[in-house]
Design a protein around this ligand. Structure first.
Ligand SMILES: NC(=O)c1ccc[n+]([C@@H]2O[C@H](COP(=O)([O-])OP(=O)(O)OC[C@H]3O[C@@H](n4cnc5c(N)ncnc54)[C@H](OP(=O)(O)O)[C@@H]3O)[C@@H](O)[C@H]2O)c1
Length: 331
């Protein structure tokens, strides 16, 4: 068994933001295990990324029942990392998981019923070898299950001691208002919302961010780099080692559109003037809003993680830069 010893300097540079009105602080950068941590991926690479993250003050690791491939295997990878040394630091870590997407056949293997959410979390805990997760999410709204039932399942899970906090992901502003009211009435406040949000995908600005602020709920944007398009990765075409080129990646080649690349090329010139990489500017751009608690990046290498951490050195934008960015994104 490898013995991992965390860096003594892990808390020297990271800043932590309060998650909504809660007692919980989250690092400005968090690590997601959606891609690159499955059974199909290189375990040593996964280990290096997670250790480097923790060594740099990234205390929050985000998983879901279906991350892999195959589904469930990212949780198994994380469980193995815990077993091989990381678990010594369990009380310094915020581990989240989710249920909502398809996990097993039949009527109880996806969406938002109490039956599915409770069974799924039990399986996630087994895969990770944990007694509890810190945050459990309803991964997506279920149009066919009463919201009361889904929120009651989250409340039950906290009362059972299987999660400390609960969150919701990809709920609209309207659904979020209803969900937070239901949770509040049960005495289990909604800690956090995990929406898709980046310079190119702005739906949360149409009401959700205002609801989160009013309700005292934190916000952790996912796919902050538009799955890699908001980095230097695709500026000269689709490289073989990219998510868009891989069979197992969720980014399809046709999503890397010429319009997005033209925008990324122009954004990259602003980033260069700021002395940042485009990925760093994309992370910093999200953190300029105080309603954003943490930015949830994915990475395929330690190098990318270190690059993204560099964003935290320059988070300020002047009005000219912001206007220039907006004009590029509207073009
Ligand atoms: N709640 C939900 O429904 C939901 C949905 C999606 C994701 N998430 C969460 O959000 C996390 C992040 O999502 P995401 O992986 O789509 O985020 P992302 O940060 O937008 O994209 C990550 C990809 O961008 C590339 N990249 C990252 N840093 C880079 C850098 N410095 N330079 C060049 N390329 C870089 C890598 O692509 P290559 O692999 O090509 O190198 C990496 O795999 C997930 O892991 C998951 O935890 C949640």
């Amino acid at each position: 068994m490898t013995t991992y010893k965390a860096s003594e300097t892990r808390y020297n540079t990271m800043s932590y933001r309060r998650c909504g009105n809660s007692g919980l602080l989250l690092p400005e950068l968090s690590l997601g295990l959606w891609h690159n941590f499955g059974a199909v991926d290189n375990y040593e690479n996964a280990k290096q990324i997670v250790h480097t993250a923790f060594d740099n003050g990234i205390t929050h690791f985000d998983l879901a029942n279906n991350y892999g491939p195959p589904p469930g295997s990212a949780e198994e990878t994380f469980g193995k990392l815990l077993q091989e040394g990381l678990s010594v630091y369990r009380d310094e870590m915020i581990i989240s998981t989710k249920a909502g997407y398809l996990m097993w056949p039949g009527p109880y293997g996806e969406w938002g019923s109490k039956k599915y959410l409770v069974a799924s979390l039990d399986l996630s805990l087994k895969r990770m070898g944990l007694d509890y997760v810190d945050i459990f999410y309803s991964h997506r709204p279920d149009p066919n299950t009463p919201l009361e039932e889904t929120m009651a399942a989250l409340d039950l899970i906290v009362r059972q001691g299987k999660a400390l906090y609960v969150g919701i992901s990809s709920y609209s502003a309207e659904e979020t208002k209803k969900a937070t009211a239901l949770l509040k009435a049960m005495g289990t406040p909604c800690l956090i919302h995990q929406p898709r949000y980046n310079m190119m995908d702005r739906w949360v600005e149409g009401g959700l961010l205002d609801v989160l602020e009013a309700e005292g709920v934190g916000c952790i944007p996912f796919s902050p780099l538009e799955q890699g398009i908001l980095s230097s990765k695709y500026l000269n075409g689709i490289p073989d080692d990219s998510r868009a080129a891989k069979d197992t990646g969720y980014l399809q080649r046709d999503q890397v559109t010429s319009k997005k690349i033209a925008q990324a090329i122009q954004l990259n010139t602003i980033a260069e003037k700021r002395g940042q990489s485009l990925a760093q500017m994309a992370v910093a751009w999200l953190l300029k809003d105080a309603r954003v608690t943490s930015v949830l990046v994915g990475v395929s290498s330690e190098q990318q993680l270190l690059d993204n951490l560099g964003a935290l050195h320059n988070k300020a934008f002047d009005d000219n830069e912001l206007e220039h960015i907006e004009s590029i994104l509207k073009s």
